[in-house]
Design a protein around this ligand. Structure first.
Ligand code: 1PW
Length: 215
């Protein structure tokens, strides 16, 4: 397959990755979680230079998790559940303030987890939107409802500017790369509940271990 094809975003592909994320016991495989994010990075990269800083952060976070997976401790990073247990048991997480583990798996995944909520809210708005609705407004509202509260002013401002540059709805549906608008809505209808499930499982796990505010 040509390189440019490999780089092209496809909503279906992201859906498949997040589907493979869940084990029968509802554990979350980090490898597939990261694959899902790699797919989303293709989307971010296709949205123009203003999305560059967002894409860069997502790439760097996925890379940190990949490095853990490839390390000698890799088997402990097979699932989010095993990672949390391993890092907490071995005191590898800065719990209250930044210290010697500024890039633990737990805090890194938490950032992606919060961003997943944004994505889920945005895609749900997109799914139920009408032809003239503005993608920038949907994206901004989803962001303000979720991730924005975790970001300082400068990032909120830059994100706001990036949203203005989003393609209009029909063009955005093209970017999704799954066919007609009806097909896009159909795939979104499958993707959103799946993202929601992965999000909920992670949220409950992090809540149980008091990890939702990791610095
Ligand atoms: C068109 C819809 C696309 C939705 C994809 C969502 C991607 C979300 C990535 C947001 C990144 C914003 C810029 C980076 C901010 C970082 O400071 C922040 N990272 C995140 C993911 O929120 C916090 O990471 P840090 O600085 O504590 O390492």
């Amino acid at each position: 397959m040509a390189d440019s094809e490999n780089q092209k975003f496809c909503l279906q592909e992201v859906l498949e990755s997040f589907k493979s994320c869940l084990s029968p016991e509802k554990e979350i495989y980090i490898e597939h979680y990261v694959s899902g994010w790699k797919g989303l990075v293709k989307l971010l990269n296709s949205l123009g230079s203003l999305f560059g800083f967002i894409s860069k952060d997502a790439v760097s976070k996925t890379q940190i998790l990949m490095n853990f997976l490839k390390s000698e401790n890799g088997p402990h990073y097979a699932t989010v559940q095993s990672m949390v247990k391993f890092e907490l048991d071995n005191k590898l997480v800065d719990v209250d303030k930044k210290g010697i583990y500024p890039e633990s798996g737990c805090r890194t995944l938490l950032r992606l987890h919060r961003a997943l909520r944004w994505l889920q809210l945005f895609l749900e708005r997109l799914r139920t939107s009408k032809e003239d609705d503005k993608t920038s407004v949907m994206c901004r509202d989803a962001y303000n409802e979720s991730l924005a509260q975790h970001h300082p002013w400068l990032i909120r401002k830059s994100a706001g500017m990036a949203f203005y540059s989003l393609p209009v709805r029909p063009a955005f549906f093209e970017v999704m790369n799954v066919g007609t608008p009806e097909q896009v809505v159909d795939v979104l209808g499958k993707a959103v509940p799946l993202l929601c499930e992965v999000y909920q499982i992670t949220e409950e796990l992090y809540q149980k271990h008091n990890l939702l505010d990791l610095p």
